[in-house]
Design a protein around this ligand. Structure first.
Ligand SMILES: Cc1cc2nc3c(=O)[nH]c(=O)nc-3n(C[C@H](O)[C@H](O)[C@H](O)COP(=O)(O)OP(=O)(O)OC[C@H]3O[C@@H](n4cnc5c(N)ncnc54)[C@H](O)[C@@H]3O)c2cc1C
Length: 294
């Protein structure tokens, strides 16, 4: 039981690609989906729902420690790759400021964007997990949406998402038995993630064989992991937590490594990569209960 979920680590050939914006769509909550296409998408591979790519932002040169001037880069989740259509989706949260959010807010069809990676995938098996608990803020939504789309109908799944306002509720689709709790960020002072932790205190999931995946602001992700481990009794091997951004700090994130947990930086096996990517979105049979802000 304490071995944690099975994780297959796959390394990919690192490649930089110049792509073209094919479509731009607005989504709740304050997000924009950039659909990229182009010849250089050929061979793109993303096998894990929380894979990440580096995105390089034009017109935002940053001076590196070696003095070289390079475009600013940030990490993003490949929300969907459809090899047949030749499309890669990236969903950007439009927070205030920063080269990534600024670029996404002005993106138009025909512009070019460079990406690199993903350099590897950690594929977390669904077997052996009795309940999937997916927790995060808007930056976690692309990975959570991917996971929801790949889970089978029998999966018991709980999503806890932090949003700014009731009108920001995301639309989530899954075949899994899905409960979604939206927690409103109230902006008041308090310990990190106290709104999410208060919500989790009211929710039922078993201490054994529940796999918790957490991503969002770094201090919040750490606080949630601490709560799950110390108060809910989840073994650290059943928690994967990552800081996707850091309040007050540009371009920062935090792997929250755990030497024995799912998030460990274990050696990645070298295997042939050209396996094709994700399939397009499946028709979703959704049982969704959206609770009010807590
Ligand atoms: C593995 C991984 C996957 C990610 N996937 C996605 C994804 O698919 N979609 C997505 O939108 N983001 C994603 N992120 C988060 C994204 O990389 C960060 O939010 C990034 O900082 C945005 O860059 P920026 O240039 O807009 O802002 P920055 O220049 O990095 O920061 C400028 C200011 O904005 C603040 N800031 C940064 N992000 C936020 C935020 N979300 N809310 C409020 N303030 C913020 C910073 O604290 C700073 O003060 C991911 C991060 C990681 C590590």
């Amino acid at each position: 039981m304490n071995d944690g979920p099975r994780v297959a680590r796959v390394r990919h050939e690192i490649k930089r690609r110049r792509l073209t914006v094919a479509r731009v769509e607005r989504l709740p909550p304050k997000m924009v989906r950039i659909v990229l296409g182009g010849e250089e998408l050929r061979g793109f591979t993303s096998l894990g729902f929380d894979d990440h790519i580096k995105v390089f932002f034009p017109g935002s040169p940053a001076v590196a420690t070696d003095g070289a001037v390079r475009p600013e880069m940030r990490d993003f989740t490949p929300r969907l790759f459809d090899a047949e259509k030749g499309e890669l989706w990236i969903d950007f949260f439009l927070h205030e400021g920063g080269p990534a959010a600024t670029w996404a807010a002005q993106a138009t069809v025909g512009q070019t964007l460079q990406i690199g990676g993903p350099k590897g995938s950690a594929v977390i098996a669904q077997e052996g997990i009795d309940a999937h608990v997916l927790i995060g803020d808007e930056t976690a939504l692309p990975a959570i949406s991917r996971r929801l789309e790949e889970l089978p109908a029998a999966s018991r799944t709980l999503v806890v998402i932090e949003i700014d306002a009731d009108s920001d509720r995301p639309v989530l689709a899954s075949r899994a038995a899905l409960d979604v709790v939206c927690v409103r960020r109230d902006g008041r002072s308090g310990p990190p993630a106290h709104e999410i932790i208060d919500a989790l205190r009211k929710l039922q999931f078993p201490p054994d064989r529940s796999f918790a995946w957490v991503a969002g602001e770094s201090r919040a992700a750490r606080a949630i992991r601490g709560y799950l481990r110390d108060e809910r009794g989840l073994d650290k091997k059943w928690i994967k937590a990552a800081g996707y951004w850091q309040r007050g700090s540009a371009g920062e994130h935090d792997k929250i490594p755990d030497e024995e947990g799912v998030a460990s930086n274990g050696e990645i096996a070298r295997v042939p990569t050209d396996k094709g990517g994700l399939r397009s979105r499946s028709a979703a049979q959704t049982r969704q209960k959206v609770d009010g802000a807590l």
